[in-house]
Ligand binder design. Structure first.
Ligand SMILES: Nc1ncnc2c1ncn2[C@@H]1O[C@H](COP(=O)(O)OP(=O)(O)OP(=O)(O)O)[C@@H](O)[C@H]1O
Length: 576
C-alpha cells in the first residue's frame, strides 16, 4: 500500500530546510516578548536609555532574521508543495490509464476528475501551509507556555490550565470535522457528475426542452453540497469564539493576578507584560489552529480518496507468462467462452464457440443486448473471459502482452470518439509514426478523403471537442480511418457503418476488400451481412446459427425474418 506521505520523500532535504527556517521564525517570535520585557524592566523602569537602545537593536536584528527566514521558507514550501502535487497527479493519471473497465465501474469519471484536480490541490495547499505556518502554530503554543513558565511560573499557571482544555476541545472538533469534509468531497463529486452529464447531453437537453428539469437537478445537487459545506464550516467556526473567550479570560486573570504579584514583589511589570504578550500570541496561534483543523480535515478526506485510487488493484495486467506474439494469419477463435460482467451475476456470453478464419470477413448479427459488443471487448482483452479462451492464431490472448495484442488490432467502437485537434492528428492517433501519405490512404479507404479535401483547411481542419463539427457518418468514417492507419491484422468494426448510406457503405466495404486483414463487423444491417463471407447469428450470448447470407436464408427462420423486415419479402429467394 502506497502512503500519500511517501510522495514527500524525494523532497526531504527541502522539507528539512523549510522546517529549520520555520523554527528560526518561531524562535524569534518566542524571544520577542522576552526582549520587550527587558526593555521595560532594564530600560524604561530604570530610565536607562542605552539598555533600551541595545535591546531595541537586538529586537530589530531578530525581526530582520525572521523576515529573511520567512521569505526563504516560502520559496522552499512552494517548491515542495508544487512538486508533491505534480507527482501525485502524475501517479494518479498513470494509475487511471492502467485501469481496467471493471476498475472504472468502481470510480465514476466525475469522481476521478475531482480526485485528480480538487483533491490534489487540497493536499498541495496543505503541504504548503504545513511548511509555512501550520507546524508553527502548535509549536508557538507549546513554546509560549514554556517561555511563560521560564519568565514567571506562578503567572504562567493560568496558561498551563487553559491551554490543555482548549487543545482537548480542538481535538474533538477535528475528529467530527473529518467525516463532514469527507461528505463535502462526495457531494462535490456529485455536482461534477451532474455538470458533466449536462454538458455532454446539452444538445439532447435542448431538443427535449429538458433545460428546466436539468437546472432543478443541478440546483438540488448544488444545494446538497452547500448544506454539507455549511454544516462543516459551522462546526469549525464555533471554535473561534470559544478560543477567544477562554484566552481573553486567561489574560484578564493574568492581569489581575499580575497586579497582586507586582505589588507583593513576586513579579516585575516586564514579566506581566511578557506573559500577556505570550498569551496574545497564543490566541493568534490557536486561531490559526482552527484553520489548520479545517485544512487538515479536508486534506485527510482528500488523501483517503487519492489513496483509494492509487492503491486500487488493476485486475487486467500482463501475466508472468505473457509474451510478445506476432499475429501472422489473424485467425480468431472463441473456445467455449462464458462471460459475466464484474459486479453482476448474469452470464452475458454462454459457452460461445466460433472461429473466424484468416482474412475472412465475418458479420456478427443479433438482437440488441445479445452480447455482440461484449464479444469484441474480449478480443483486445478490454475484459478477461470468465470461462473458456479467446485465441488468436492459436495463442490465447491471455498469454500475449496487452500492448503487443492491442497494437495489432484495429478497433472501431460503437460510438465514434474523436479528440480536439486536427483531422490529421485524429487519424494519426491510430499510428503516430504514419506518414501523411499513409494517413491519406487510410482516409481514402474509409471514404472520408473527398469530404476532408472539400474543407477549407483539409487535413489541417481543427475538430471541436468530440468532433462536434462533423456529422455522425463523417465521425464514423474518421474513426475507421484511424483504425486503418494502424494497418491492423484484425479489424473490429462495432456497428461502425450504421450512419452510412448504402452506397458509401458498399464503397467502404469494397475498399477494405484488398486489405488482407481479418474483419469482424457487428451490424444490424442486411446490406452489411450480404457483403460478408460469413454471418454469426448471436442470441442471448449463444451462437444460434452461422453461415453465408444464402445459407442462413435457407436454414435460419430468425435470419429470414430480419431480412424480410429490412428488405421486404422480395429479398427472400426462397419465399413461397
Ligand atoms: N459494462 C457493463 N456492465 C454490466 N453489464 C453490461 C455492461 N455492458 C453491457 N452489459 C450487459 O451485457 C449485455 C450484452 O451487452 P452488449 O453491449 O454486448 O450487447 P449488444 O448485443 O452489443 O447490444 P447492442 O446491439 O444494443 O449494442 C446487456 O444485457 C448489457 O446490459
Amino acid at each position: 500500500m502506497t502512503k500519500i506521505t511517501s510522495y514527500l520523500t524525494p523532497y526531504k532535504i527541502a522539507i528539512i530546510i523549510a522546517l529549520l527556517l520555520m523554527l528560526t521564525e518561531l524562535a524569534v517570535e518566542l524571544v520577542q516578548p522576552l526582549i520587550i520585557s527587558y526593555i521595560i524592566d532594564q530600560g524604561i523602569q530604570q530610565n536607562n536609555l542605552s539598555a533600551v537602545m541595545m535591546w531595541g537593536a537586538v529586537l530589530i536584528g531578530c525581526s530582520l532574521a525572521a523576515f529573511a527566514a520567512g521569505v526563504t521558507n516560502s520559496f522552499y514550501s512552494s517548491h515542495v508543495s508544487q512538486s508533491f502535487g505534480f507527482d501525485i497527479r502524475e501517479a494518479l493519471y498513470k494509475k487511471v490509464q492502467d485501469f481496467s473497465f471493471s476498475n472504472f465501474s468502481v470510480f465514476p469519471t466525475s469522481s476521478l476528475i475531482t480526485r485528480l484536480t480538487n483533491d490534489v490541490t487540497m493536499l498541495q495547499n496543505t503541504v504548503f501551509m504545513s511548511l509555512r505556518i501550520m507546524m508553527r502554530a502548535p509549536l508557538l503554543v507549546i513554546g509560549s507556555v514554556i517561555m511563560a513558565l521560564l519568565v514567571n511560573p506562578m503567572l504562567a499557571l493560568v496558561l498551563v490550565i487553559s491551554v490543555p482544555v482548549l487543545v482537548l476541545f480542538l481535538i474533538v472538533i477535528m475528529s467530527k470535522a473529518g467525516s463532514l469534509f469527507k461528505s463535502v468531497q462526495e457531494r462535490l463529486d456529485h455536482v461534477n457528475n451532474v455538470m458533466q452529464e449536462n454538458l455532454i447531453g446539452i444538445r439532447l437537453i435542448r431538443a427535449f426542452l429538458r433545460g428546466r428539469h436539468e437546472m432543478k437537478r443541478f440546483r438540488q445537487s448544488s444545494e446538497q453540497l452547500m448544506d454539507k459545506t455549511v454544516a462543516a464550516l459551522r462546526l469549525i467556526e464555533v471554535t473561534m469564539p470559544v478560543i477567544l473567550l477562554l484566552m481573553n479570560l486567561s489574560i484578564l486573570v493574568i492581569l489581575w493576578y499580575g497586579t497582586v504579584e507586582v505589588n507583593t514583589g513576586g513579579a516585575s511589570v516586564g514579566e506581566v507584560v511578557a506573559i500577556v504578550n505570550y498569551a496574545t500570541r497564543m490566541t493568534g496561534a490557536l486561531s490559526i489552529v482552527t484553520m489548520i483543523i479545517m485544512v487538515f480535515s479536508r486534506a485527510k478526506a482528500s488523501g483517503a480518496r487519492i489513496s483509494e485510487v492509487i492503491n486500487t488493484d488493476v485486475d487486467l495486467y500482463d501475466s508472468e507468462s505473457s509474451e510478445s506474439f506476432m499475429i501472422k494469419r489473424g485467425e480468431v477463435t472463441f473456445e467455449r467462452v462464458s462471460f459475466t460482467y464484474p459486479e453482476t451475476s448474469v452470464k452475458v456470453l454462454d459457452q460461445l464457440s466460433f472461429t473466424v478464419n484468416p482474412g475472412e470477413r465475418v458479420s456478427v448479427l443479433g438482437g440488441t443486448g445479445s452480447g455482440k459488443s461484449t464479444i469484441f471487448q474480449l478480443i483486445p482483452r478490454l475484459y478477461d473471459v470468465t470461462e473458456g479462451a479467446v485465441k488468436i492464431d492459436g495463442q490465447s490472448v491471455h498469454e500475449m502482452t496487452l500492448k503487443n495484442l492491442r497494437s495489432q488490432i484495429g478497433f472501431v467502437p460503437q460510438e465514434a470518439m474523436l479528440f480536439t485537434g486536427t483531422i490529421q492528428e485524429n487519424i494519426r492517433w491510430g499510428n503516430e509514426y504514419a506518414t501523411f501519405e499513409e494517413v491519406q490512404e487510410a482516409a481514402k479507404r474509409a471514404q472520408i478523403h473527398d469530404t476532408i479535401m472539400s474543407l477549407p483547411k483539409q487535413y489541417d481542419t481543427v475538430l471541436g471537442q468530440k468532433g462536434v463539427n462533423l456529422s455522425g457518418g463523417q465521425k464514423q468514417r474518421l474513426s475507421i480511418a484511424r483504425a486503418l492507419v494502424k494497418k491492423p491484422v484484425i479489424l473490429l468494426l462495432d456497428d461502425s457503418t450504421s450512419a452510412l448510406d448504402m452506397k458509401t457503405e458498399a464503397k467502404l466495404l469494397a475498399a477494405l476488400e484488398d486489405l488482407s486483414c481479418t474483419t469482424i463487423m457487428i451490424t444490424q444491417k442486411i446490406s452489411t451481412t450480404m457483403a460478408s463471407d460469413r454471418i454469426l447469428l448471436i442470441d442471448e450470448g449463444r451462437l444460434l446459427d452461422e453461415g453465408s447470407h444464402d445459407e442462413l436464408i435457407r436454414q435460419s427462420t430468425l435470419y429470414r425474418k430480419i431480412v424480410e423486415s429490412q428488405a421486404g419479402k422480395e429479398a427472400l429467394p426462397y419465399a413461397e
